[in-house]
Design a protein around this ligand. Structure first.
Ligand SMILES: C[S@@+](CC[C@H](N)C(=O)[O-])C[C@H]1O[C@@H](n2cnc3c(N)ncnc32)[C@H](O)[C@@H]1O
Length: 248
């Protein structure tokens, strides 16, 4: 059994179930998460992009497809990096992947954009959260951009349930406490994350050498046949909030 809250062990254990889990995530990702992200990202044409906590490389590939000149992905899970690398081997896009903890990654070069999608809320302490932000900042050139989805532990439980998830955040949870996010697959898949208030993450980002720290609007992009009412609720109370910041 994986250790309760070590992201590497958790994600290594789930790596074999990624297709099934991605099936659950697809609706929210395609209609809310990706459109909101791409809207906030703007053009990455010709830019150098670092995807921190890249998992299977979904955002690394998206950045390359959008014209980034150079993309590298880093993740603490060797299992997920293995999947990202096998996609790269089958359909080479020129992306390099590395297994590192974000707080301790060696310098991989200078980047114009850093992406951290649903990663910072795995930090097991305020110190680790700061180290992760500092390490990301160290990789960005002055004026470089950070775009990070950060877990919204206080999102609407009804909306989350309608998407096929549940969060077991106790009402008296304190910052840094672990809680479980479950997906209603068979058998259920769950990961343990940490409860950080969005403003705490924003403060850690700012203290790590960033300015213009703000929360980007979330948008829904329904297509024919979609449940637009659910999508509107998702955009109003998203699973994750989108932080953007600029390196000083
Ligand atoms: C919810 S998944 C998101 C994966 C990817 N960003 C995406 O959106 O498809 C969270 C990822 O963060 C990684 N992760 C968690 N803590 C990390 C850390 N300290 N350093 C690097 N990666 C980490 C996990 O291994 C996992 O791949």
């Amino acid at each position: 059994m994986p250790k309760q809250s070590d992201p590497r062990d958790q994600y290594d254990a789930l790596a074999g179930r990624s297709e099934e889990i991605n099936g659950f995530l697809r609706f929210y990702r395609e209609r809310v998460e990706f459109p909101s992200f791409l809207r906030a990202l703007g053009s990455v044409s010709g830019k150098r992009v670092l995807d921190v906590g890249c998992g299977e490389g979904v955002y690394a590939r998206l950045a390359k497809q959008k014209g980034a000149a150079h993309v590298e992905g880093v993740d603490v899970s060797g299992g997920l990096i293995g999947i990202a690398q096998s996609v790269e081997d089958e359909q080479p896009m020129g992306i390099s992947y590395h297994v590192h903890h974000a707080a301790h990654m060696p310098m991989l070069g200078d980047f114009d954009v850093a992406i951290a999608v649903n990663v910072l809320h795995y930090a097991e302490s305020l110190e680790v959260l700061s180290e992760m932000c500092e390490r990301i900042a160290a990789h960005l050139v002055p004026g470089g951009r950070l775009l990070a989805y950060v877990g919204n532990a206080k999102c609407d439980p009804g909306t989350v349930a309608d998407l096929g998830f549940s969060l077991d955040l106790p009402p008296d949870a304190e910052e840094g406490d672990p809680f479980t996010v479950s997906i209603r697959s068979t058998p259920p898949a769950s990961v343990s994350v940490r409860y950080w208030k969005p403003q705490t993450v924003a403060r850690a980002v700012k203290a790590s050498g960033f300015t213009d720290v703000k929360w980007e609007p979330m948008v829904a992009e329904p297509t024919a046949g979609d449940d637009t009412e659910l999508l509107e609720r998702c955009a109003k109370s998203p699973i994750s909030l989108l932080l953007s910041a600029r390196k000083l």
